[in-house]
Ligand binder design. Structure first.
Ligand code: SF4
Length: 301
């Protein structure tokens, strides 16, 4: 039996077993193992959307850009829930991560199921400026680790909160990296534990802003007054059209989170790069108004 024939038979069995009926017909589909983490929807919104509390393919990739985005989402998916009927060469998609966001900030891809698919980021900096920073933990992947090594390794692993630590110990031991986390959420083994509500300068470019609310020890990391790694404290709502917080996923205290948002609004940044949800890029001059809109929405909910 040829390899192509065998692949075709396996694909047919898989599709019968768990292809979600909400998918549009065609090559790409989402299967029943989807954990609704949202990753594919913000990575490739023209291909994936949400139906019945899971993702689905609402439109098959129709050009090179959509195909590339769908393949990247397939590699990033934490549960391997994105499948194809045809066999695809995914080498380019695997090698694309870490994927440039802007300047020296990258999206690591390879989301981890243990963090419910949270996004991890890499800040690439020369050693004399303190070296590379990994924000939250991706899943362990030999391909990703090799790319991180090529890009200079990881000096600091900043963990925004307890939900998104994934394989932090393995990454910290491998590179090795110093893990930084707030005491309110700190897990065993963290090398540098921060306390209190006052911002902490890790170095001239990195400023930790404690933002309890989603969890007791949630914290954001501001980089060069431009990029804010916001964990699960703050994200863009595509449907609402403004910055918001996860009201239905507040594990600690909503009122405390509103206070944290007020303090965060005093910081300077223009990119919001969340663990879950959509990223946002707002001109720095407009960010205060965007944060006020967010806080007003929070007070009303
Ligand atoms: S990335 Fe995977 S698990 Fe997450 S919503 Fe998409 S299909 Fe589901």
């Amino acid at each position: 039996m040829t390899g192509a024939r065998l692949w075709s038979m396996i694909s047919a069995v898989v599709q019968r077993r768990d292809r979600l009926p909400t998918n549009t017909p065609g090559d790409f589909f989402v299967d029943a193992s989807c954990i609704d983490c949202d990753t594919c929807r913000w990575m490739a919104p023209t291909v994936f959307d949400r139906a019945e509390e899971q993702s689905r393919v609402h439109h098959q990739p129709a050009n090179d850009a959509e195909l590339a985005a769908a393949r990247l989402a397939l590699v990033a998916c934490p549960t391997a829930s994105i499948r194809t009927e045809a066999k695809h060469d995914l080498a380019a998609a695997r090698a694309a991560f870490p994927l440039l966001v802007a300047e020296d900030v990258f999206h690591c891809g390879y989301h981890s199921e243990s963090s419910i698919g949270a996004t991890s980021y890499l800040v690439r900096r020369p050693a004399e400026r303190g070296g590379n920073v990994l924000v939250d933990s991706p899943r362990w992947s030999r391909a990703l680790v090799a790319r991180l090594e090529e890009l200079g390794g990881v000096r600091t692993l900043f963990l925004t909160h307890v939900d998104d630590v994934a394989e932090h110990a393995r990454f910290a031991a491998h590179f090795p990296a110093e893990r930084v986390m707030h005491a309110g959420d700190a897990v065993p083994g963290i090398e540098r534990v921060l306390e209190g509500l006052e911002p902490v300068e890790l170095d001239p470019e990195l400023r930790v802003v404690p933002t309890p609310g989603h969890t007791a020890g949630s914290a954001c990391l501001a980089y060069r007054g431009k990029f804010l790694f916001s964990g699960d404290h703050l994200a863009w709502s595509e449907s609402r059209g403004h910055l918001y917080a996860f009201r239905s996923a507040t594990w600690f205290d909503w009122d405390v989170q509103i206070d944290s948002m007020e303090r965060l609004a005093r910081e300077r940044f223009e990119w919001v790069l969340p663990g879950h949800g959509w990223r946002a890029h707002v001109p720095a001059a407009d960010m205060p108004a965007a944060m006020r809109r967010c806080i007003e929405w929070m007070r009303a909910h």
